[in-house]
Write a protein that binds this ligand. Structure first.
Ligand code: ADP
Length: 295
């Protein structure tokens, strides 16, 4: 009998301790996030539409647009982290010093945090359940000294399920989301879910980006609409959501990503790079307008 009550006491003491640890961590998280002016999540209704590619290139575009050394990327895709590879940072590690943990610093001073930095190899799978993944994200946000940043882009796991939802709810004062899609009809159905998801969370939507929108044949110059074109724009109109722009299919985007060269820096004059720069300007304009309304 006594043994049982001792056990109960021990369990409740542990519960109190873990609640206190969580509260402390959330306090640190809020303080850390206060130093970041704008937090923008990049979401997609499904995987493979180029969400991470868009995140990396938007981050670089912000850096090129006057915010070098002031942009961060949180790769919140715990099971499929690919930002380190896309920025040629995969052999780097989160720096641990007596003063704390520091993000990996990439081109143009971009600060990156990803599960990919903690895995022994590319092939190591992360077989974690939801609570463990959330705990890792909480630590990324609270224990890492991101420092003062103008923009933090959060590459969310694909889909509109429990995981992206929990991560969005974890980050205080998120400015809004960017939705990435491809022009096919199947993706239009999925993008509706992403819009509904953001609206249910009362999350402002900066707009929809139509990625893989048409392909100009390098041999004959003819435009081929592999996944059709205009689907993202159409759905944006239908849902009364801003349309941010079209990123054409460009084989160099794929090869640059694979070799870890940020496409927008490697091919600054390409139509896709110009589209990324225009999108960044639209996001900035939208933030300025919101700030004016608040004043
Ligand atoms: P997601 O994050 O949505 O799963 P990724 O960003 O990993 O998608 O992109 C999937 C693949 O498509 C990658 O190989 C990437 O290089 C390629 N890709 C993405 N966008 C384009 C594009 N506009 N043109 C050519 N390849 C692209």
């Amino acid at each position: 009998m006594r043994k049982k009550s001792n056990q109960t006491t021990k369990t409740s003491t542990n519960q109190v301790k873990s609640r206190e640890t969580l509260q402390l961590q959330m306090k640190k998280l809020r303080e850390n996030m206060k130093k970041i002016d704008h937090k923008v999540a990049v979401i997609s209704g499904k995987g493979g539409v180029g969400k991470s590619t868009v995140t990396v290139n938007l981050a670089m575009a912000f850096a090129l647009h006057g915010y070098a050394n002031s942009v961060g990327i949180l790769d919140a895709d715990i099971t499929g982290p690919c930002i380190p590879k896309m920025l040629a940072l995969k052999d780097r590690q989160i720096q641990s010093t007596s003063e704390g943990l520091y993000p990996v610093v990439g081109p143009l001073g971009i600060r990156v945090v990803s599960m990919g930095f903690l895995l022994p190899s590319d092939e190591t799978p992360v077989i974690w359940r939801g609570p463990l993944k959330m705990s890792a994200i909480r630590q990324f946000l609270s224990d890492i000294a991101w420092g003062e940043l103008k923009f933090l882009l959060i590459d969310l796991p694909p889909g509109t399920g429990d995981e992206p939802l929990s991560i969005m709810q974890l980050i205080p004062e998120m400015d809004g989301v960017v939705i990435v899609t491809i022009p096919s009809e199947v993706s239009q159905v999925v993008v509706k879910k992403a819009v509904t998801f953001s609206r249910k969370l009362k999350m402002p939507i900066f707009g929809i980006i139509e990625n893989m929108s048409g392909f100009i044949c390098p041999e004959c110059g003819k435009k081929i609409n592999i996944f059709k074109t205009g689907g993202g724009e159409k759905i944006a109109q239908e849902l009364n959501t801003p349309f941010l722009g079209k990123i054409p299919i460009d084989p160099e985007i794929c090869s640059d990503s694979d070799s870890g060269k940020p496409f927008i820096m490697n091919h600054p004059d390409s139509p896709s790079s110009k589209a990324f720069m225009e999108i960044v300007q639209k996001i900035e304009t939208s933030l300025k307008k919101k700030a004016e309304v608040k004043r």
